[in-house]
Design a protein around this ligand. Structure first.
Ligand code: FAD
Ligand code: UDP
Length: 377
């Protein structure tokens, strides 16, 4: 007897399943992929043994104490601190924008107050107007010259959408600092799972009350845990795309997908850093990841390295949906899908795809814990 069906074995689904299993419920998890873990899945590249995050670099960070306590039940974390660099017109700058970036860009030696005054002057074109989209938010945060150098081209490659159509929140994720601190994240806790993401994900699923069926699509009527067979019979937590659940009845929600071009190179170190962004539009990819640098504490071989170039484009049906684009049309559609969800009380929609929200891992885990508290008891 199954008490709960969970569709999707990403962090959202695993957190719900683990919590419910610990309360004595029998949970059946299905995933259409051939592995658990959703987009956080990683594996050792066979030639080098270097851990590669199959769906793009995943950095764990959180200030949520409940989530931090929870995740530490399954893994310890290294002391890795994420730092990113960006190449603009043949020169490398630190990201996110900090005093180092500002002084290098303007060939200046400003202190924090002088740099703030300079940026304020360059943001004055907005005339105090509240920024309503990514373009205005960028200019308001850092002024036009820095925006055009480091944000405009990168954002054009990443989103291929007019920045005036994109929500300001996309770049509000990036801090702007008037110190030389170039940490990418501001959170209280940060690190990478000591023995890799997959070991962590497997420990979450390792419970006698959890059964996992891989290679199993919820919409395949021929398999016993299909939508047709289970909805109305047993509670369901669904973490797949919300528009797919309703057969796209209100139209497609738009997503960006990524193409990853992976290469093993015969050098010990290719770029000296885990992530190098490419800010200019004449370079077709957005960034290069070099995975050995995520684990400097590991004893990887020093004659080969693994790099991944990331290219971004609109997702078509059949592509992996990675980033919700969230245009005004999308937001209208989502509202209509939410009305349909309300008519489906035995199905709980969660996670990145099920709620059409960009969720970091700690947010997916935190919202899954809340769903267990509030809806599944
Ligand atoms: P997912 O991990 O997407 O899992 C959903 C699962 O549902 C998938 O396994 C899918 O196969 C399955 N599924 C979908 N449809 C069906 C179906 N019909 N039948 C059966 N199964 C189905 N977060 C961070 O905190 N730090 C980062 O640095 C970071 N980097 C990221 C980089 C990229 C490129 C992306 C895309 C995401 C990144 N994230 C990062 C976000 C992180 O991946 C998510 O927070 C996390 O994976 C959310 O988990 P989820 O369970 O909601 O979704
Ligand atoms: N961004 C940018 N230049 C950069 C890094 C980020 O313009 O060098 C913008 C871009 O619009 C991007 C957003 O900031 O989509 C969020 O960046 P983040 O690094 O959080 O993106 P992710 O790692 O999620 O792709």
């Amino acid at each position: 007897m199954t008490d709960l069906v969970v569709v999707g074995t990403g962090f959202f689904g695993l957190t719900v399943a683990e919590q419910m299993a610990n309360q004595g419920r029998k949970v059946l998890m299905i995933d259409r992929r051939d592995h658990i873990g959703g987009n956080a899945y990683s594996e050792a590249e066979p030639e080098t043994g270097i851990e590669v995050h199959r769906y793009g670099a995943h950095l764990f960070h959180t200030s949520n104490e409940r989530v931090w306590e929870y995740v530490n039940r399954f893994t310890s974390f290294t002391s890795y601190t994420h730092r990113v660099y960006t190449t603009h017109r043949g020169e490398v700058f630190p990201m996110p924008i900090n005093l180092g970036t500002i002084n290098q860009f303007f060939r200046s030696a400003h202190g924090p107050d002088a740099a703030r005054a300079l940026v304020r002057e360059q943001a004055a074109e907005l005339g105090g107007k509240r920024p309503e989209n990514l373009d205005e938010q960028g200019v308001s945060l850092i002024g036009r010259p820095l925006y055009e150098a480091f944000i405009k081209g990168y954002t054009a490659k990443q989103w291929q959408t007019d920045p005036r159509e994109l929500p300001a929140s996309i770049i509000s994720r990036l801090p702007v600092r008037y110190t030389y601190d170039n940490r990418y994240f501001n959170d209280a806790h940060e690190g990478l799972p000591t023995d890799g993401y997959t070991a962590w994900l497997e420990r979450m699923a390792d419970h006698p009350n959890i059964e996992v069926r891989l290679g199993t699509d919820f919409f395949d009527d021929a398999q016993p845990a299909s939508k047709k067979a289970v909805v109305g019979q047993v509670p369901v937590v669904y973490t797949g795309p919300v528009d797919r659940y309703f057969d796209h009845a209100e139209g497609d929600l738009s997503w960006r997908t990524l193409d990853f071009e992976q290469e093993v190179l015969p050098v010990g170190d290719f770029q000296g850093a885990p992530v190098m962004n490419y800010a200019d539009t004449d370079v077709p990819f957005t960034r290069i990841l070099e995975f050995r640098h995520f684990h400097p504490e590991r004893d990887y071989r020093d004659d080969k390295t693994v790099v991944v170039r990331e290219y971004s484009r609109f997702a078509e049906h059949g592509d992996e949906p990675y980033y919700p684009i969230n245009t005004r049309d999308d937001r209208d559609r989502l509202k209509r899908y939410r009305e349909l969800m309300a008519d489906e009380p035995q199905v709980h929609f969660g996670g990145r795809l099920g709620t059409y929200q960009y969720l970091d891992m700690h947010m997916a885990i935190g919202s899954a814990l809340s769903m267990v508290d509030n809806k599944l008891q």
